[in-house]
Design a protein around this ligand. Structure first.
Ligand code: SAM
Ligand code: SF4
Length: 443
């Protein structure tokens, strides 16, 4: 018997509010203008501090409203014309309407505000580089439609894919690959069998990884291999049944840093901004100043981006990472670079690690956790009593939370730096050096 399905309830659509005039006071870290109307906070997409704008409420809440900018009555002196034609719709960038130096100022203020309880007096140092053409990795979405296909990124205010012709934050070689791909995919049988495409640029050149949603014929695969050869691109395929593409050891990727070579699978984590990564690792070596008496833990170590440079300078280094495949890559990278003072361990750092860490005589700890931070592992770090902790963070609020915990347990913030890894976006990366308080007092 056929089951009757309940009629789908359409989502409740809120009626649009009237267009009203707002004075914009400040900017959220997600680049929304903050204004008040009759005392109620309103977040206005696209509005800048100091501006008088007209906006229409699109979502009314109990505590705040969200509104769309309809007209700028008085513009901010820091407003600029976005360089990318897709900026209004594309969810990839949020700050292109704000001058580069003001973007940095906004990020500095946001980071300072987050760290006010632990580093109120610390001078905020800065690492930054080119405002565009910095992304050496990107994930492109593909959506096949009757009338053609969409290739691009998710939209700002919807999950829909926005058709992108050129993305200015990609490195120049990736922009060329993107354009060539877009041309070749038009009307090609592959288009309806691909969900995502991953682009990568490193010391090996550029690569394209197709994440297939359905198997494809060998002849089609051969056709694309020929395309890749013509465009000097390495091609990888992730089959619909695979969680990661199968890649032969001879086809692994490589990048270089600090005179070292790092080999990795094209889907392993690597830092997206190559220049900033070089500056960041150099700064970490400078601040932590590893020497031949230091025993150092590199937590959340990936394929050894910090562990190997540390191992060039320290007595002993242990890198810990949850992904077995990256731990294995770290070990191979140590061999590749003939570094024998570094070991790697696979462990989940949301749990205590039973590897006798407190007996190692650890002097310094470097940690670079994901956005969620490292709260669960902080007690384990404190137990080891390192003299210094270098915290690399991609989320200022979890950094602030973790730093407050460490400060309460006897550490003191000595240096903080904003690292502008992702210009034009609201992402804030930071580095913080903490010293054991007794050490600072010379006890
Ligand atoms: C921000 S990346 C940093 C990687 C590396 N330090 C680098 O610079 O390339 C964070 C790393 O933490 C790892 N990770 C995430 N959750 C983890 C966990 N619970 N335990 C251990 N490692 C974890 C990820 O696999 C990733 O490699
Ligand atoms: S991510 Fe690329 S396409 Fe999207 S707005 Fe930024 S520069 Fe333009």
């Amino acid at each position: 018997m056929r089951r009757r399905t309940a009629p789908r309830r359409s989502p409740k659509v809120q009626p649009l509010g009237p267009v009203q005039t707002y004075q914009v006071d400040s900017l959220t870290h997600e680049a929304k203008g903050v204004a008040r109307f009759s005392g109620k906070v309103t977040f206005i997409d696209g509005a800048l501090p100091g501006e008088t704008v007209e906006a229409q409420v699109v979502k009314a809440g109990r505590r705040f409203d969200e509104a769309n900018l309809t007209r700028i009555l008085q513009s901010s002196p820091h407003r600029i014309s976005p360089a990318c034609v897709h900026f209004a719709k594309c969810g990839g960038c949020s700050f292109q309407h704000l001058a580069a130096e003001q973007q940095l100022e906004t990020k500095k203020q946001w980071l300072k505000g987050q760290l006010r309880n632990v580093a109120d007096n610390a001078e905020l140092e800065l690492l930054s580089d080119a405002p565009f053409a910095y992304r050496r990795r990107a994930r492109i979405s593909i959506q096949s439609q009757k009338e053609g296909f969409q290739m691009g990124f998710r939209g700002k205010s919807s999950k829909n894919i926005i058709q992108i012709d050129q993305c200015l934050v990609l490195t120049q070689p990736l922009q060329l690959v993107y354009a060539a791909l877009k041309k070749a995919l038009g009307n090609n049988a592959l288009t309806s069998k691909v969900g995502h495409i991953e682009l990568l640029e490193d010391t090996q050149g550029t690569s394209v990884l197709f994440r297939l949603t359905a198997p494809i014929a060998e002849s089609l695969q051969a056709e694309w291999q020929a395309w890749a050869k013509d465009h000097d691109v390495v091609l990888y395929w992730q089959q619909p049944t695979e969680s990661k593409a199968s890649v032969a050891p001879t086809s692994l990727r490589r990048y270089e840093l600090d005179g070292l070579t790092f080999q990795y699978h094209p889907q392993d984590f690597i830092q997206v901004n190559q220049t900033l990564n070089q500056q960041m690792v150099a700064q970490a070596m400078d601040w932590l100043a590893p020497n031949d008496e230091d025993v150092i833990l590199d937590l959340f170590c990936g394929v050894g981006n910090f562990s190997l440079p540390l191992a060039k300078r320290a007595k002993q280094v242990l890198g810990i990472e949850v992904q077995e495949s990256m731990v294995e890559a770290g070990r191979k990278n140590a061999q590749l670079n003939q570094l024998d003072k570094v070991a790697f361990l696979a462990a989940d750092l949301t749990q205590p690690v039973s590897a006798g860490l407190s007996k190692m005589g650890v002097t310094k700890v470097l940690l670079d956790p994901p956005r969620t931070g490292a709260l669960e592992f902080l007690d384990s770090i404190i137990k080891i009593k390192p003299e210094q902790i270098l915290y690399v963070s991609c989320n200022a609020s979890t950094l602030a939370r973790d730093a407050e915990y460490l400060v309460a347990k006897g550490y003191q913030v000595s240096r903080v730096s904003l690292m502008d890894m992702f210009p034009q976006t609201s992402h804030v990366e930071a580095m913080m050096l903490l010293q054991k308080r007794s050490k600072l007092k010379g006890k």
